[in-house]
Design a protein. Structure first.
Length: 307
């Protein structure tokens, strides 16, 4: 059964999609049954961005896309949006919103971000992203700023193929990192990385941020001082298809500095990742000190948002 598989994997968290939710009442029943089955509170997360990225057909307040809000609303209104979203999600048993998208749009980018961004002005994106974070988290639903270090100039959709963004450090510092700095200052609980290559930042060709200790541990954790959870994007996305078994990708993502790995569809892939990570840990192939620090961050997160 599903519950037996979740128990075998020692599952602590789940992500919901539209395929999992038929009604608010069914969602509450599903999560209660799963938590009772595994014997613990689960960190349940969802992409609840507004606009075209909403997983619920009913039971929640529908907000416009971020681009429309960026053109028409100020920080106070966006903070109220976060508050409303937090109350809606808590009623359903969800304690983490994988939003806001704080990517800064650049002309000619693939539409995968498009109206999910607050716009092309990094200062405005930063202000609205920080406001949304405050609204969510003051009502004890974790926010997640994404997609680090910035997906607004992406030329192709990473759901399908591995893209490359050829921006250098000046563009990163002056534009794309601005909203992430603001999110960190606002106390954002989590940040999601991107499956995108950034050779202009000194990374080898063909290596996405997902596997980059220099960008994840070095830039985000050490230089920007982020102390919360770092998530991968879905490891099953097409961008990583050429990197072999998902378990090997999971190890590389952990080595880069991620705390949580998203595997959103295939339970057998999650099992593969679990087994390889476990074996890597017990055979001292992973840095144990870093692994324990990551575990402590997850414990702290659960205390802040689940207990």
């Amino acid at each position: 059964t599903l519950i037996a598989q979740l128990q075998a994997l020692h599952v602590q968290s789940l992500i919901l999609f539209a395929r999992n939710v038929q009604s608010p009442e069914q969602c509450v029943r599903l999560l209660r049954r799963l938590e009772e089955g595994v014997g613990r509170r689960l960190l349940v997360m969802v992409d609840h961005e507004g606009g075209r990225v909403v997983r619920f057909a009913s039971g929640v307040t529908r907000f416009p896309d971020a681009l429309s809000i960026g053109r028409t609303q100020g920080p106070e209104a966006v903070e109220r949006q976060g508050t409303v979203e937090a109350e809606d999600l808590k009623r359903l048993g969800i304690r983490m919103n994988l939003a806001p998208c704080v990517d800064v749009l650049e002309e000619g980018a693939d539409p995968i971000i498009g109206d999910r961004s607050y716009g092309a002005d990094p200062v405005r994106v930063a202000a609205l992203g920080a406001a949304r974070i405050r609204g969510l988290q003051t009502h004890r639903v974790a926010a997640c700023a994404k997609h680090f270090p910035g997906l607004g100039a992406v030329p192709r959709d990473p759901h399908n193929t591995l893209p490359t963004i050829r921006l250098g450090w000046d563009a990163l510092e002056g534009v794309h990192l601005v909203p992430f700095r603001a999110a960190i200052q606002a106390g954002v609980a989590a940040i999601m990385s991107s499956h995108v290559c950034y050779p202009g930042l000194g990374e080898p060709a063909g290596v996405p941020a997902t596997f980059s200790p220099r960008l994840i541990r070095g830039l985000l954790r050490e230089r920007l001082g982020f102390q919360g959870l770092i998530l991968t994007d879905d490891l099953e996305m097409g961008a990583l298809r050429t990197f072999g078994r998902l378990g090997a990708a999971a190890v590389r993502a952990v080595e880069a500095g991620h705390d949580l790995l998203l595997i959103c569809s295939d339970l057998s892939a999650a099992t593969d990742a679990f087994k390889i990570l476990y074996n890597s840990y017990i055979h001292n192939m992973l840095n144990r000190e870093e692994f324990e620090e990551s575990s402590q961050r997850i414990v702290k997160f659960r205390q802040n948002f689940l207990l």
